[in-house]
Design a binder for this molecule. Structure first.
Ligand code: 5GP
Length: 238
């Protein structure tokens, strides 16, 4: 019998007959501000699952180790079971969001070298920022594990800048999560969708990500549909 193992803000994790395999079920929910704002959007589960599956397959094809096994249905996927690091691993190519508010900058400054930030994943503490030695002291990840996490993040950044550029979008920033497989290998986990990255249209600079919901500046479903259509077209052409 499948068992519900975990309910997140927008996804559920279920066990399967194979102890090393989990089933992810996406929901239509969107949240912002650590769950303070919450709404349902028709087709969001389908769009996140579709976009994330395409991106994980593209990353795998290009040599990034991930938890992804396959898309199971419109709103479900199968993934390898991981022991998750309680970390949010953020890479920024262009100043926006909390980087801009923290340093009193406008949004849009392109960085010469990507900014890399680590946060402790804790709803109770509101995901505080942490450095490498904090994560070592708290026994969250060793220096070696963090080195591998950043190596993978840089690989993801290079590959996705190229993918989104081809689709007419700038990859402004994104948040990744990592886990460890039973054999000790560190892999990219969670999802990659407009929920956990910022995408700006290259020409108009329009927001094509969850900021349309966070900031009430557009319709989430139609923006995510556009992102999906553009990625599908770019992947087909290459
Ligand atoms: P910021 O720190 O500017 O709020 O976010 C930086 C990037 O990480 C954005 O692309 C944002 O979507 C993503 N991000 C940061 N924290 C979270 C989080 O708790 N959940 C999700 N889904 N994305 C996050």
């Amino acid at each position: 019998m499948a068992e519900l193992l975990y309910t997140g803000k927008v996804k559920q994790m279920w066990s399967t007959d194979d102890p090393e395999v989990l089933r992810v079920v996406y929901t239509d929910q969107a949240t912002a501000g650590n769950g303070e704002k919450k709404d349902n959007f028709k087709d969001k589960a389908y769009l996140n699952n579709e976009i994330s599956s395409l991106i994980f397959q593209y990353l795998e094809k290009n040599g990034v180790k991930t938890h992804f096994i396959k898309k199971l249905s419109d709103t479900e996927e199968l993934v390898k079971k991981c022991d998750m690091f309680p970390l949010e691993v953020v890479t920024r190519n262009i100043a926006a969001g909390h980087f801009s508010s923290r340093y009193g900058l406008g949004e849009g400054r392109k960085f010469d070298t990507p900014v890399e930030e680590l946060f402790y994943k804790s709803d109770d503490l509101d995901d505080p920022i942490m450095n490498e030695s904090d994560a070592i002291a708290l026994k969250i990840a060793t220096a070696e594990e963090q080195k591998e996490i950043w190596r993978l993040s840089r690989q993801v950044n290079r590959l996705l800048i190229e993918l989104f550029d081809g689709a007419g979008m700038d990859l402004v920033d994104f948040k990744l999560e990592f886990g460890k497989l039973a054999n000790g290998e560190i892999v990219l986990a969670d999802e990659f969708s407009p929920d956990n990255c910022r995408l700006w249209d290259k020409k108009t600079k329009a927001h094509m990500d969850k900021d349309v919901y966070r900031r009430d500046i557009g319709d989430l479903t139609s923006v995510y549909e556009q992102v999906l259509a553009r990625i599908e077209k770019t992947l087909k052409e290459n």
